[in-house]
Write a protein that binds this ligand. Structure first.
Ligand code: FE
Ligand code: FE
Ligand code: ZN
Length: 289
């Protein structure tokens, strides 16, 4: 079995967010700790965080997959953007120390003309720095695992290939050793890998073999379950509702049921309202059975 849920809003608080996810039928969820387009992260009362932790434990939730802001770009050519992004990353990690045992997923970034090699080194350095600072400021070892998201390779996006993600992980290990390495993983987005040219419709086993060869499947910790509006290799990144896009229901069902992907949180990032998410969560549960 897998855990299934969708993106919910933290605007009414942390415990309220958990109740919302539960009401949609989820047993995991994703949220942006700050406005996805940037801005300050939502301050949390310790009691509110504690109430959410209790709700998650009581209802048998899987790990949450928190999402870093889209505006974060730790490998931008502009030094100011890099510095602001590092600060966002560090602050998110500190905030999430109160929600231990979950995942924090973020987009590796866009190299904005610097080239992927420079970018992967900057991302690795940012991870090492952010984790170091978060641990020092909070006085605790990092309580969550950071995931790099597989990207569609749109524009100058880094992470459109498994090799680029592995370059980040390798360089991070050089900087922070096993301690940092153990805190890092990958979130596979079905729309993104498809748009990036990995044919999960006709050769899911082959794509997972490639992931295993380059990164290692033990690093694959979460899935973003989305259909795509565009053909394989289009490098577009436009999500579609499950079964209404170019990947299709049959292939997405095979992802949900794949023996190598069990026990992980799957997050829907499809264009839906609450009613739509409730239906899709139900559909995924039928696929699991
Ligand atoms: Fe994402
Ligand atoms: Fe995603
Ligand atoms: Zn996307």
């Amino acid at each position: 079995m897998i855990f299934i849920g969708n993106h919910v809003s933290v605007s009414k608080g942390y415990a309220a967010m958990g109740r919302h996810a539960l009401s949609l039928g989820g047993d995991t969820f994703a949220f942006f700790p700050r406005n996805p387009r940037g801005g300050r992260s939502k301050a949390a009362a310790p009691e509110d965080m504690a109430a959410l932790r209790q709700l998650l434990a009581k209802n048998g939730f899987g790990k949450l997959v928190v999402h870093g802001a889209y505006t974060m770009n730790v490998c931008a050519a502009k030094e100011e953007v890099r510095a602001n992004s590092l600060e966002m990353l560090r602050d998110d990690l500190i905030r999430l120390q109160a929600l231990p045992g979950n995942y924090y997923n973020f987009h590796p970034g866009c190299h904005t003309g610097q080239g992927a090699q420079t970018a992967t080194a900057q991302i690795a350095a940012a991870l090492a720095a952010a984790v170091h600072d978060a641990e020092e400021i909070s006085g605790l070892p990092l309580q969550n695992t950071i995931l790099l998201e597989t990207m569609a390779g749109k524009g100058s996006e880094v992470g459109g290939t498994f090799e680029e993600l592995q370059a980040v992980l390798t360089q991070a290990a050089q900087l922070g050793g096993d301690a940092l390495s153990a805190r890092l993983g990958v979130c596979l987005d079905t729309c993104h890998v498809w748009d990036g040219g990995y044919d999960i419709q006709n050769d899911l086993d082959g794509v997972l073999r490639a992931f295993d060869r380059v990164i290692g499947l033990k690093k694959l910790r979460a899935v973003h379950l989305n259909d795509s509006k565009n053909p394989c290799g289009s490098h577009k990144d436009r999500h579609e509702k499950l079964g209404q896009g170019s990947i299709g229901a049959e292939a997405l069902r095979a992802v949900v049921r794949h023996p190598l992907l069990q026990d992980r949180p799957f997050i829907l990032e499809t264009p839906n309202d609450d009613a739509g998410y409730r239906t899709e969560i139900q559909t995924v549960r039928e696929w699991m059975a």
